[in-house]
Design a protein around this ligand. Structure first.
Ligand SMILES: NC(=O)c1ccc[n+]([C@@H]2O[C@H](COP(=O)([O-])OP(=O)(O)OC[C@H]3O[C@@H](n4cnc5c(N)ncnc54)[C@H](O)[C@@H]3O)[C@@H](O)[C@H]2O)c1
Length: 437
């Protein structure tokens, strides 16, 4: 892809459309509002807090990312979305139980006004949920057209100059790429024929892309990870990205595994288990939805450790991931990892990680960054898969001939170099020989 010659300024309002307005979506919206009210800090967000080094280490140029690239301002963001439950985002946030009462009270007026539009939903794809706020239509195509209409009305009502859609809905049952996903015409015919390989998430994505709106996928659903959607994104000059927010356990996995590989330490096994009590945990009780999540969580190690290159160290890894729905913990997940490594002469060692995390607190800043960076990509004319946003995803999407990059620090370097490249700055190679001439 050629370097963008011109990046349109982020003028006017940015509409943020969220299919799925549960714990993550409401924690994100509430957080943006609390930051706008100057009652909290956007901790965890690169777009708000990180700097980027430009030029040589001796130049002393490290602006904040948000001052270096032109990003939409938080004050210019307006929110909407869809859910199968009709409750306002205030009620959904209160139910999710992520935020403390004083934070909830500060955003009550703001969140109470955000009410989900009726969802494109089918229980065949998320078996553990059932709700009444659901669209009706003869075919999946009709429903997708209704979503397009929702988008157009939202845009007009709020006077948005641009929109971004980011899936914060539930994890759907596991699906493999099928023939109907191979080309746009087959996909559209399949929508009209109510083909089972067309999941509800795909209707939102199709509606977004054909409306010229960037689409990001926060769940491990197949959605835009198929040739038809990628072709469609090219045709409509739309940026897409996915899949599955990289928040807790996998975040740590993609930090620790590169360290083992960097030092040529071997790995025999990695057992990861979680207890989680929010609705996401409940949805993942269904084996179909869990399979989708499991595949997403299992991929990282293989790609980082490259057993085909290092068979003595990584040929037989026992990698297991478990998620247990355990209501008392709510959104405050506990993730345990037992890691069996081996060192010099093959002597075994163990590492134990116990991460008492907060799922939606970790996910919300990722939602914010993805919205802002997808909008930036869109304004820069960067269409198709945005691989530079792999940093945020458990199963990064790539061009078909590439393997995904999972190492968090390579992902960060790629993200920052992409920003430097977009702005015509020198890329940072970390060579540094010039300091020793
Ligand atoms: N929080 C994290 O750390 C994290 C990390 C990675 C991925 N995720 C994914 O993010 C998504 C959201 O997580 P959450 O904790 O907010 O879950 P949640 O259950 O609180 O919210 C999801 C919402 O999506 C709605 N929904 C389901 N299908 C829908 C459809 N077809 N259209 C519209 N709405 C629909 C549900 O009714 C629910 O309100 C999940 O898929 C989860 O797996 C979360």
């Amino acid at each position: 892809m050629e370097k963008p010659t011109k990046i349109a300024a982020p003028k006017g309002k940015l509409g943020v459309l969220l299919p799925g307005m549960g714990a993550v979506a409401t924690t994100f919206m509430a957080g943006v509002e609390l930051v706008r009210q100057k009652k909290a800090l956007p901790v965890g967000s690169l777009t708000q807090m990180a700097t980027i080094r430009l030029g040589k280490r001796t130049d002393g140029r490290s602006p904040k990312i948000k001052d270096f690239v032109k990003l939409a301002k938080l004050d210019d963001m307006v929110f909407g979305g869809w859910d199968i439950f009709p409750e306002s985002s205030y009620d959904a946030a209160a139910k999710a139980g992520v935020l403390d009462p004083h934070h909830l009270a500060a955003v009550k007026t703001f969140l109470s006004k955000i009410k989900p539009m009726p969802a494109a939903f089918d229980r065949a794809y998320v078996k553990m949920l059932d709700g009444k706020n659901v669209k009706k239509g003869k075919t999946k195509y009709d429903i997708a057209l209704q979503i397009k209409d929702d988008i157009a009305k939202f845009k007009a009502k709020h006077g948005c100059s641009r929109l971004v859609m980011l899936w914060c809905g539930s994890t759907e049952v596991f699906m493999k790429q099928a023939e109907v996903h191979s080309a746009i015409d087959k996909f559209e015919e399949a929508m009209k024929a109510n083909h089972p390989a067309i999941a509800p998430s795909m209707l939102y994505a199709w509606a977004a892309i054909t409306s010229g709106i960037a689409y990001g996928n926060g769940a491990p659903n197949l959605t835009v990870d198929i040739p038809a959607m990628q072709e469609l994104a090219h045709q409509h000059n739309v940026a897409i990205g996915g899949k599955d927010f990289k928040t807790g356990q996998t975040l740590l996995k993609t930090v620790l595994a590169p360290a083992f590989k960097a030092r040529m330490l071997g790995l025999n096994g990695w057992f990861s288990t979680n207890i989680l009590g929010n609705r996401d945990g409940e949805v993942l009780e269904d084996p179909g939805s869990f399979k989708t999540k499991e595949e997403s969580k299992l991929g990282a190690l293989e790609f980082i450790l490259q057993p085909h290159l290092y068979p003595e160290l990584y040929k037989t890894i026992h990698h297991k991931v478990r998620i247990n729905y355990y209501p008392p913990r709510g959104d405050n997940k506990e993730g345990w990892d037992n890691i069996d490594i081996f060192g010099w002469l093959g002597y075994p060692m163990q590492i134990k990680v116990d991460f008492l995390c907060r799922d939606s607190i970790l996910a919300a800043p990722i939602v914010l960054d993805l919205v802002l960076f997808l909008d930036l990509a869109q304004r820069a004319g960067m269409r198709g898969i945005q691989e530079w946003l792999s940093f945020y995803f458990k199963s990064p999407m790539t061009a078909p001939q590439l393997y995904p990059e999972h190492d968090l620090f390579i992902q960060l370097m790629k993200l920052k170099n992409t920003l430097r490249w977009m702005m015509g700055e020198n890329l940072i190679t970390h060579l540094g020989q010039e300091y020793y001439d």
